[in-house]
Design a protein around this ligand. Structure first.
Ligand SMILES: Nc1ncnc2c1ncn2[C@@H]1O[C@H](COP(=O)(O)OP(=O)(O)OP(=O)(O)O)[C@@H](O)[C@H]1O
Ligand SMILES: [Mg+2]
Length: 459
């Protein structure tokens, strides 16, 4: 009889070893290695590939292979469809990760509702909530499709059995961490279980043309919990992000074998579920108070999509020896860098000021193109002079206070013009850029001091 073996697997990075360690040699985390039972040792004959048999695929000429991914399933929710690259590819496996309570189950249930109306049978499998809980949510969203089936099950074998009987077009597994296989003895959510369940589901998707959505939990650090290899198994990885105190939710694609990455869909959470926000710039600027010192409008890009956001800054004399820097929605190091450049190159006495920076709408702005808006907002608060209401700002700030050009300028400026801005403050460049909106007045600046002189003229 085959002997059962055990091994130690890091629950953070998937590092495997026959021996346990207090600190994982793979990722350096403490107490993450857990003992797992592995399948009985396979006979030596099974470990080596045999001769090429009738079942193994023959090599094909590249020119003879069709690149057609087949007709994508149309998704009537435009924000969701765009993030996937224009609909759901049949036979693909898509993972949605996000913080607890951000709305992963809500979003997928809504998508299941519309897809079951438009495309065919959809099976939603939940291992986390009861059928009643899901029904209450469906009633709240007003979903009444006869083609939407619910199943509360965590055993993958039983799920496969129901899939065979029901033959759905779309299968949702909420979540991959609660699903388990009988053949593997380690507990649900362990690295081996998660990896094997995902591999089986991938095989099912590829062989039957069924599209599978997996909900994935995230770790404290914000990456999908379970082995890294999970992200390699699936075709698409989406993250649902949002500030729990804000209604906006961003669905971001970080990996997509069938479309562009960094695409973003914007939704708003309400009692009726997540509703699409077709014009996010308008939504993010809706509560803007014009002529308030410390408020600047940055023109950022989220994937291929321009987005206007309000960056607010407040500088106030510090009561401590160490002035505080508090970012919300911007990178802490970026905030330090900008305040250092403002002190050294422009002469603002920020070493005696606490600085708070906030991006409105719960958005995380990480691109350097928002540097200049952040710098002007800080200076505006410092001088207590408002930035003109019709001015949008774009540009990267360098260490010597110089301004650097940013990419995708036509898309950014067209969005600014569309939102009613009359002027844009941007870095001076010698390159000729086509496609800029004629209605917009461009105010070019070489360095931060010039930019501040244009944006915050002395009365
Ligand atoms: N009655 C309600 N009215 C308005 N919003 C609600 C209501 N009930 C729940 N919500 C919102 O839905 C969110 C929960 O969404 P959901 O259960 O889809 O999240 P999740 O990402 O699946 O969470 P988990 O990781 O726990 O499964 C809550 O955080 C809340 O914002
Ligand atoms: Mg959920």
């Amino acid at each position: 009889m085959a002997k059962t073996r055990t091994k130690y697997v890091c629950q953070n990075c998937g590092y495997q070893s026959p021996k346990g360690f207090g600190r994982c040699p793979g990722c350096g985390q403490f107490n993450t290695m857990a003992e797992e039972v592995v399948e009985a040792a396979r006979p030596a004959s099974a470990r080596h590939p045999g001769p090429v048999g009738a079942t193994s695929p023959a090599p094909q000429r590249l020119s003879e292979i069709s690149a057609d991914v087949g007709e994508r399933l149309f998704v009537p929710v435009e924000e969701f469809s765009r993030v996937l690259g224009g609909g759901i590819v049949p036979g693909s496996i898509i993972m949605i990760g996000g913080e607890p309570g951000v709305g992963k189950s809500s979003l997928l249930l809504q998508i299941c509702g519309v897809m079951s109306d438009h495309t065919g049978t959809v099976l939603y499998v939940s291992g986390e909530e009861s059928a009643r809980q899901i029904k209450m949510r469906a009633d709240r969203f007003n979903l009444q499709s006869d083609n939407l089936y619910l199943l509360t099950e965590t055993n993958l074998g039983s799920i496969f059995e129901h899939v065979r009987r029901l033959n759905p077009v779309i299968l949702v597994i909420d979540s991959i961490q609660t699903t388990y296989m009988d053949e593997i003895e380690s507990s649900p959510g362990s690295v081996t279980q998660v990896r094997e369940c995902a591999s089986r589901l991938q095989h099912l998707a590829k062989s039957s043309g069924l599209s599978v959505f997996l909900v994935g939990h995230v770790t404290k650090e914000g990456s999908i919990a379970g082995p890294r290899v999970l992200e390699h198994i699936v075709d698409t990885v989406l993250y649902l992000e949002g500030d729990p105190f804000q209604a906006f939710r961003l669905l971001r694609s970080v990996k997509n074998r069938f479309g562009a990455t960094s695409e973003v869909g914007v939704f708003e959470m309400s009692g009726d579920g997540l509703t699409e926000v077709p014009n996010p710039s308008e939504a993010f600027l809706a509560e803007r108070v014009v002529n308030a010192p410390g408020s600047a409008i940055a023109v950022t890009m989220e994937g291929t999509r321009p987005l206007l956001v309000e960056v607010q800054a407040l500088t106030s004399p510090t009561s401590f020896g160490n002035p505080r820097r508090t970012p919300n929605g911007v990178d802490f190091n970026r905030l330090l860098l900008i305040s250092a450049v403002l002190s050294k190159r422009v002469g603002l006495k920020l070493h005696e000021q606490d600085i708070f920076v906030n991006v409105i709408g719960g958005l995380q702005v990480s691109e350097p193109a928002a540097d200049l808006a952040m710098a002007v907002a800080m200076a505006s608060s410092y001088y207590d002079r408002p930035i003109p209401a019709d001015l949008a700002i774009v540009g990267e700030v360098g260490l010597s206070g110089e301004l650097r050009a940013v990419g995708q300028l036509p898309a950014r400026l067209n969005e600014a013009a569309k939102m009613g801005f009359k002027r844009v403050l941007l870095p001076k460049t010698r390159r000729k850029i086509d496609g800029l909106p004629p209605s917009l007045k461009l105010i070019e600046a070489r360095n931060l001091a010039d930019a501040l002189a244009s944006a915050l003229p002395k009365e």
